[in-house]
Write a protein that binds this ligand. Sequence first.
Ligand code: URA
Ligand code: SF4
Length: 474
Amino acid sequence: MIQRTVHDFSDWREIARALRSAQVPPSEVQLLSNAEPTLFALDKTGFDVAPSTTNAFRVPKQFLSLAEQVAYHRDPTRWNLLYRVLWRLTTDERALLEVITDDDVYSLMQMEKAVRRDAHKMKAFVRFRELQQNGETHYIAWHRPDHAIVKKVAPFFARRFRGMNWTILTPDESVTWNQSELTYHAGTPRSAAPSSDELEDLWRTYYANIFNPARIKVKAMKAEMPVRHWATLPETEIIDDLLRDAPRRVQQMISSPEGYSQTASDYFPSADAPLTLATLAEAAKTCCACDLHCQATQVVFGQGPARAKVVIVGEQPGDQEDLAGMPFVGPAGQLLDRALAAAGLERQAIYVTNVVKHFKYESQGKRRLHKRPDAREMRACLPWFDAEWELLDAQVLLCLGASAATSLIAPDFRIQRQRGQWVVSRYCKRTLASWHPASILRLPTAELREARFAELLNDLRTAASGLRSDVVGD
Ligand code: URA
Ligand code: SF4
């Protein structure tokens, strides 16, 4: 029996490649999980089975990306499982991954799903606390993920909080961003959430170490830790926040083995929490009713005053909206702003939102190209709009583009033929639709763009006229 200790995915990959080349079957291999935090810097396990170039094998790409995700799972048997599946795939079961009823494949899928959900939970629940240190502002947070996902999720926070210095402490591993790079450190040797003051102490203890690696001594660190009564603390403020944010979701995660369900309303604030546009927007951060949340940077909720009389609805956030977290701020938004101003409508007084709240795209090199949401995604997301509409007291509903018009007015609505005309929708008796500003930007000539812009402007003027009750009649 060959025994190896595996620390992470690249480790596994290296070890598995060598074992496979040497044609060592899984029954003769035992891959042990090393759960020690990286701080302890265990020696890398040497490998003494000579890799053989004569036994070349090809691994399906799909398996490698699956394996990379599964590697973040906490199950200590994952390395053996991965090696076994690698073996089967590269011997006589090349199509194994399609056999989802297979026990090994099924386990891998479940692990991958658990990791994805845990990563999403971390993105939604981490709350930073501001701290002054040597005249600089640092943000610190504590989180306890179910799996070893810190390295998976850290780049997301680096993108999202690019201009901040922050540290996220977790029991396994901690990560710091100094506005240019991520560094990883030991986890916090505790498992209960610290109170705010304790979090600060905890962080200061680490701070000294983080910037002075020579001083990292686990025993010394433990001695310095304000461990006093941590173990007996009730769930503290961080957990409180979490519970306030999305009680229903937490409840669901506790009560259902699957943890998540498939419609946005499952992520609404709980019935006993105040329901406002702000609490709704906060709850939407936890939504994973469809897969779009996985790829997007953040949810882009509607924006505007609750007393808005006009509501404008687009399709989904674009690239810039996804990064900014606000609707219609990119090129289409700027065009819309111009049209609004020309129509005498004040954007500040309008509520602007989208039928789908996460950006759907396809990567092409560094660019992220907009992809149209499908019917299922629009259906999953619609409860957010329904709730927004309920909380508003609007008189006019304006749909921009086919996605908004078909989901809010009628499935067979045709912008080309029906734009600019008042229709009665299930939301509002003064509903109309117009060109999506992005569709104007895509037209090939200035002449066409100007003509379509004029139509949009016209429709906005019609929308403005709807605010006078004599136009359509109440
Ligand atoms: N397009 C939309 O439909 N919505 C936005 O928020 C931005 C671009
Ligand atoms: Fe939820 Fe809508 Fe995002 Fe899908 S797109 S995860 S339904 S908020």
